[in-house]
Design a protein around this ligand. Sequence first.
Ligand code: SPV
Ligand code: MG
Length: 304
Amino acid sequence: MKRGILPEQRRSQLKKLLTEKSGKSIIRLIEAHSGLSALIGSNAKVQATDGSTKTFDGIWLSGLTDTASQGVPDREILGIAAKLNTLDQITAVSDRPIIVDGDSGGTMVQLEYTVAALERHGASGVVFEDQIYPKQNSLIECEHFLEKPENFAKKLHLALSTRRSSDFMIFARIESFIANETVAQSLERAKIYLQTGVDGIVIHSRARSPEEVFEFSKGYQVLLKESRKQVPLVCIPTSYGAVKESELIERNFQFVIYANFLLRAAARAMGEAAQSILSEGRCQEASQLGISLQDLFQLIDEPK
Ligand code: SPV
Ligand code: MG
């Protein structure tokens, strides 16, 4: 039987990682949307060129892939019960810290219950974004509507006062670039959100180049100096995927989230298998398109 770890053991892991990795490397999160994807992400490892073993440090419970895997748009439709169900699948099989995508947090009451439930269920942190509820996925080319920063700060204050342990990290996600705001506006938001005492800032973008997030990072370092704070910076480089982790470290990012790659890979493989069965009129070819049954049994610890 696969065993996760207890909520109180997992909760503090993210802060511990931050202390261990500070200034040396980046905390790498892989998306999960189910028990199986969490197993695959947690088991992944490669030998780095210096001989060390490279793995993912933690898991991102992605709103997009969690809802997509249930065939539903990423528009805050399913609610906290569905998210907790996914979180429980992940905690049952993985020992990694988990950051949950809290979307906009919903209404103030919804946000309060969300924070309490995620902390109780063992997540190590949650990200709330400053889009107006119900949010639109940031990577969609459409008009996105943002909260006034002062209003979003109220949500952050509520999240911070709701959590019971300071080990449970609250991140504020800035959607300025998603809504065509300027770098100056994004930094103004960062300044206001930092004043609430949040534990991290996520800067998002759907540009093909990292230029705007790099520019943000430059200004953000000045803000940190001025406020004498050390608040980690997070990016989600889906649209500017050519960027290397080494560049992100140079630009002072402490976390990188690989937000949707496992689900997209699985969706393509599933489509190819379904097509193959139809076109061949049999399943032999489809068998070659996925992992073997032996590997699947081993992955889920199927009892003999
Ligand atoms: C997610 O994975 O749900 C995210 C990242 O929030 S994005 O889809 O780029 O908005
Ligand atoms: Mg999301």
